[in-house]
Design a protein around this ligand. Structure first.
Ligand SMILES: Cc1cc2nc3c(=O)[nH]c(=O)nc-3n(C[C@H](O)[C@H](O)[C@H](O)COP(=O)(O)OP(=O)(O)OC[C@H]3O[C@@H](n4cnc5c(N)ncnc54)[C@H](O)[C@@H]3O)c2cc1C
Length: 420
C-alpha cells in the first residue's frame, strides 16, 4: 500500500483527466491544473482511438460515452494516385473509433468531475519546489499548490519534462503541419471507411461523416516550423489557398480542399514526435502521455498510449510502498511498449513524402508487407493490450502475468511486458 495520498496533475488534455480519474479510483486525491482558462478552449481536430485505448478507458468507465460520441472505422483503404488497396484488418478486434477532440475532452472531463477530481483552469506551471515531505507547484499567476506527487501530463512541449531534467530532449518536428476540416461534399464513400491517401505532393486522410460531408486531415510539408499559435495567426483563407495548390490534381484531395470553407477549417499546428526521454521521473515528479512518449500522429496511438500510461501510473502509485518504487515500476511497465510503437510511427512517417519511384511502388510494397509480415505481428500486441486494474503491481515486477492472456471475447490481452 502506497504512502501517496494526493497528486497535482499538470495538464487537462487527455492524459491529465484520465490519470486523475484513475488516481481517484485508487483512493488518491487529484487536482488537475490546466494552462488554458477554460475547458477545451481553442481545441480542434479529430483523433482515432485504437482498441487498446478504449479498453483502457473502460477501467475509468469512460468507454461507452466515447463510443457514443465517435464513429467506428470498420474499413481502411490506402490510396495512391488512382490505385486503391483495401487494408486487411484483424477480424476479432474491435474497430478504431474517431472522435472530435472537443468531444473526447468533454467526456473525460465529465468522468473526472463525477469521480471527484477538481479542475483549476488558467494555471500555467512555471516551477516546483520538490522536498522530502511533498512537492509544491508554482503557477504563472503567482499561486502555489502542494501535494505528495506532481504528474506532468502537459503535452509534447512539457514544462515538467525540463524540470525533471534540464537536458531532456525537446520534441522533434516531423516537417509536417496539420490542418483539418469538414468538406461539404458527397463522395459516395462507404460509411465507416477511412482512406489514407498519398497525394502527389502531400499525404492526407479522410472519412465520411454520418450526417453528411467528409472529414479530412492534411499533412502539409513545411520546412518552416510553426507553433499552433503562429499557424493560427495566418487567416484560414490563406491556408485554404495553400491546401488547394498542394492537392491540385489529387483525387479526391482537390475536391476536398475546394469544398472546405474557411469556417470549416481547423489548424492543428506542427506535428511533433518525441525522441526517447532518458528520465521519466525525478524525486516526486513523473511524466505521462505526450510529455514523455509522443509517437508521431502516423502511429494513431498517441492518445491511446497516453490513456494507458495514466491508468498504469495510478496502479503503481496505488500499490508500490513509496514514490520512488511506484515511479520505477511505472517506467518498467511502459517504456519498452511506448518506444516500440514510436519507432513504428516514425517509420510510417517517412513514407508520407515518397519520391516518384517510391510512390509508384508503394501499393505493391504495402501489399507485400502485409503478406510477408502477418497483420497480427504488426498490430496484434499493440492493439490487444489491456490492463488488469485489479492485479497488484509488485515492486520490481511489471504486473502479474495472467495465465491465458485473453479476455472478454473481443480478443484483447492483459498487460504483460512480453506482449509489447
Ligand atoms: C493533428 C494530430 C492528429 C492526431 N491524431 C491522433 C490519432 O488519430 N490518434 C491518437 O491516438 N493520437 C493522435 N494524435 C496525438 C494525440 O493528440 C496526443 O497523443 C494526445 O493529445 C496526448 O495527450 P496528452 O494529454 O498527453 O497531451 P495534450 O493533449 O497535448 O494535453 C496537454 C495539456 O497540458 C496543458 N499544458 C501544457 N503546458 C502546461 C503548463 N505549463 N501548465 C499547465 N498546463 C499545461 C496544455 O494546455 C494541454 O491542455 C494526434 C495529434 C495531432 C497533433
Amino acid at each position: 500500500m502506497s504512502d501517496v495520498r494526493s497528486a497535482l496533475v499538470i495538464g487537462g488534455g487527455i492524459a491529465g483527466p484520465v490519470t486523475a480519474t484513475a488516481l481517484r479510483k485508487a483512493g488518491i486525491d487529484a487536482t488537475v491544473y490546466e494552462a488554458y482558462p477554460a475547458p477545451s478552449e481553442g481545441i480542434g481536430g479529430a483523433l482515432a482511438l485504437a482498441p487498446n485505448g478504449l479498453a483502457a478507458l473502460r477501467i475509468i468507465g469512460a468507454d461507452d460515452a466515447v463510443r457514443q460520441a465517435s464513429i467506428p472505422i470498420t474499413r481502411s483503404v490506402m490510396s495512391i494516385g488512382t490505385s486503391r488497396v483495401v487494408m486487411p484488418r484483424i477480424e476479432d478486434l474491435p474497430p478504431l473509433h474517431v472522435i472530435q477532440r472537443v468531444d473526447l475532452h468533454s467526456v473525460l472531463h465529465e468522468r473526472a468531475d463525477a469521480s471527484g477530481v477538481r479542475f483549476d483552469w488558467g494555471k500555467r506551471l512555471v516551477g516546483v519546489d520538490d522536498g522530502p515531505d511533498g512537492i509544491t507547484a508554482s503557477f504563472a499567476d503567482g499561486t502555489t499548490a502542494a501535494a505528495d506527487v506532481l504528474i506532468g501530463a502537459d503535452g509534447v512541449r512539457s514544462t515538467v519534462r525540463s524540470l525533471i531534467d534540464a537536458g531532456a530532449p525537446a520534441a522533434g518536428y516531423t516537417g509536417l503541419l496539420g490542418l483539418e476540416g469538414c468538406a461539404n461534399v458527397d463522395l459516395g464513400l462507404e460509411p465507416g471507411t477511412m482512406t489514407f491517401a498519398y497525394g502527389a505532393r502531400a499525404y492526407y486522410i479522410y472519412w465520411p461523416l454520418p450526417g453528411g460531408g467528409v472529414w479530412w486531415g492534411a499533412n502539409l510539408p513545411s520546412k518552416q516550423y510553426l507553433s499552433l499559435t503562429e499557424a493560427r495567426e495566418a487567416p484560414a483563407q490563406d491556408w485554404l489557398r495553400t491546401l488547394r495548390d498542394t492537392y491540385a490534381g489529387d483525387v479526391p484531395g482537390e475536391i476536398l480542399a475546394r469544398s472546405t470553407s474557411p469556417e470549416a477549417l481547423q489548424v492543428t499546428g506542427a506535428l511533433h514526435i518525441m525522441p526517447p526521454v532518458p528520465r521519466w521521473h525525478r524525486g516526486r515528479m513523473v511524466l505521462v502521455g505526450d510529455a514523455v512518449h509522443a509517437p508521431s500522429n502516423s502511429s494513431g496511438q498517441g492518445a491511446s498510449l497516453a490513456i494507458e500510461s495514466g491508468i498504469q501510473l495510478a496502479r503503481c502509485l496505488r500499490d508500490a510502498p513509496d514514490v520512488a518504487s511506484a515511479f520505477a515500476a511505472y517506467e518498467k511497465l511502459r517504456r519498452a511498449r511506448v518506444e516500440k510503437i514510436a519507432k513504428r510511427g516514425a517509420a510510417l512517417n517517412r513514407t508520407k513524402s515518397p519520391g516518384p519511384v517510391a510512390r509508384r511502388l508503394l501499393p505493391l510494397l504495402m501489399s507485400l508487407a502485409f503478406r510477408v509480415m502477418p497483420l497480427e505481428r504488426m498490430f496484434g500486441a499493440e492493439q490487444r493490450y489491456t490492463i488488469d486494474w485489479d492485479a497488484r503491481v509488485e515492486a520490481g515486477l511489471p504486473s502479474t502475468p495472467m495465465p491465458d492472456g485473453m479476455r472478454h471475447g473481443g480478443g484483447l490481452r492483459r498487460d504483460r511486458t512480453a506482449d509489447l
